[in-house]
Design a protein around this ligand. Structure first.
Ligand SMILES: [Fe+2]
Length: 138
């Protein structure tokens, strides 16, 4: 059982990182095509002017059962930090949100959700490098 959980956890991190901004993967019978506005929402595939910032700004998603963890591997300093994470469904329902402060040591948030969600969005907002999004499923 523990091995299965580790596999699922690893799979979700890989899936979240592999999803493109233009086309979400076909999951079951659902396939979504989402085009995010360039220069407003940044993704791994469309980092725009922040191309050198992907590693420190793209939210990393880990799923373990009903627990969704979002982490942005970004320094947290008084002048430059991650402001906020959100977890959002395709219809715009905010399933979770967390606001950070420069004094927080890490930009990491955890949410409990139930059920199967073929498509969800995790967002991370940097006070200097704008809004980043990944798509994933639970
Ligand atoms: Fe930043």
């Amino acid at each position: 059982m523990k091995d299965r959980r580790a596999f699922l956890k690893t799979s979700m991190v890989v899936a979240a990182g592999a999803i493109t901004s233009g086309v979400a993967p076909a999951m079951g019978t659902m396939a979504h095509k989402v085009m995010f506005p360039k220069g407003i929402i940044y993704t791994k595939e469309e980092p725009g002017r922040w191309a050198k910032k992907v590693g420190s700004h793209l939210p990393m998603v880990t799923v373990d059962g009903g627990k969704v963890t979002i982490e942005t591997r970004h320094p947290m300093t008084e002048r430059h930090y991650i402001v906020r994470h959100t977890l959002v469904s395709p219809d715009g329902t905010v399933l979770g949100e967390k606001t950070f402060y420069p004094t927080d040591k890490r930009a990491i948030s955890e949410f409990e959700i139930s059920g199967h969600h073929p498509l969800l969005y995790a967002t991370s907002f940097c006070n200097k490098h704008d809004l980043w999004v990944v798509q994933f499923s639970v």
